[in-house]
Ligand binder design. Structure first.
Ligand code: AMP
Length: 113
């Protein structure tokens, strides 16, 4: 989608530090890490947020959750991690291309908000 930062990362017109890629998904380091390890995992297809998930596109999210353990292991997250998805304004979603934050590398805080 035009003007979507993450679509531009997918097509290579904006650089990223990739940690995993296949035909359906991409994982890359967050520009402003909030933990020692902070990676974003995205579908290559433009899906704005969780509100847009339906029967026609949900398969890619199963794929993401199948790959996250492999990505986490490769990043050395052997003692656990957190997966975060922000949706919409109240969820503080700043990039409107659905993504999962994979955070770890330290003992994370116990509160979600
Ligand atoms: P959210 O607030 O959940 O929408 O998260 C968006 C995330 O994208 C933030 O953590 C940003 O630091 C990150 N981000 C924005 N632009 C880039 C970029 N060009 N490369 C890597 N991460 C980015």
């Amino acid at each position: 989608m035009a003007d979507c930062i993450f679509c531009k990362i997918v097509d290579g017109s904006i650089p990223s530090k990739k940690v995993y890629e296949d035909d359906q998904i991409l994982a890359f380091y967050d520009l402003e890490p909030q933990a020692p390890v902070h990676v974003l995992v995205i579908p290559k297809q433009h899906i704005s947020c969780a509100d847009e998930v339906d029967e026609s596109n949900s398969g890619v999210f199963a794929h993401i959750f199948e790959k996250i353990p492999q990505i986490a292991k490769e990043l050395g997250l052997t003692n656990g991690y957190r997966i975060v998805n922000n949706c919409g304004d109240d969820g503080c979603q700043s990039v409107k291309h659905m993504h999962f934050h994979l955070l770890g590398g330290t003992q994370l805080g116990g509160r979600m908000v």
